[in-house]
Design a protein around this ligand. Structure first.
Ligand code: DX5
Ligand code: ZN
Length: 227
């Protein structure tokens, strides 16, 4: 199973984003947190900034929309060329309609779940999404502690995918570091967002490799124990 590391530029220096993008070239994606000060009590930036990041980034953009009214705003991020656009389940009543629209435009469609949001309503709809983001902190801020109580959702998702044979990326976001990455990988995650653990490092490239190796080692054990 492939492992993907998606550093969150929420932890980058906002006046030196292009420089900081250059420090994470070993990553698979770059995670871009859009916050509107309504869905979450924090504000980052909108489509104009994401468009500019897209122009200077050599990595595909993994856009995480922590905003109200994603039905209205999310397609614009797909149109500017984001690789994936993830909206929150709590912010829309029509997640499947929105996911289909994002796919039609050409982006991967992702659905995100806050820590208190159950996953069961989505288990039969997984084929409608390219990725599911299980938030491992309350969305809004970087630097918070990983919430292990969210792990049973990943187990349910991984089991549902094993039964259906679907290839939906299972992503975790919040408090991911060299210790917690293993816990999330064990529960079935394969795509890891990491903000402060990558950007607080003197050597972000090494930190990315360490996260990747820790997750890969768990996956190879999981595989060995099943075969
Ligand atoms: C939080 C954001 C995260 C954040 C993660 O709401 O969605 O992407 O940047 O930061 P860390 O890795 O520091 O918890
Ligand atoms: Zn995020």
């Amino acid at each position: 199973m492939s492992i993907r590391i998606s550093p969150s530029i929420l932890a980058a220096d906002f006046v030196n984003i292009e420089r900081d993008l250059g420090r994470i070239a070993a990553a698979d994606l770059v995670h871009v947190d859009v916050m509107d000060n309504h869905f979450v009590p924090n504000l980052t930036f909108g489509p104009q900034m994401v468009d500019r990041i897209q122009q200077v980034s050599s990595l595909p953009l993994d856009v995480h929309l922590m905003i109200d009214e994603p039905d209205r705003w999310a397609p614009g991020y797909a149109e500017l060329g984001a690789f994936s656009v993830t909206f929150h389940a709590e912010a829309t009543t029509e997640p499947v309609v929105l996911a289909r629209r994002l796919r039609d435009i050409g982006a991967r469609a992702g659905i995100a779940l806050k820590p208190g949001t159950p996953v069961e309503p989505y288990l039969d709809l997984l084929h409608e999404f390219d990725q599911v983001l299980v938030m491992t902190v309350e969305p809004g801020f970087g630097g918070q502690s990983f919430m292990p109580e969210t792990m049973p959702k990943l187990t349910l998702l991984r089991d549902a995918l094993s039964r259906s044979g679907g290839d939906v990326w299972l992503q975790v976001d919040g408090g991911i570091n060299e210790d917690t990455v293993s816990i999330a990988a064990e529960a079935g995650a394969n795509t890891f967002v990491a903000g402060s653990s990558v950007f607080s490092s003197d050597n972000p490239e090494l930190r990315i490799s360490a996260l990747r190796e820790a997750a890969a080692s768990v996956h190879s054990h999981r595989h060995a124990s099943r075969s």
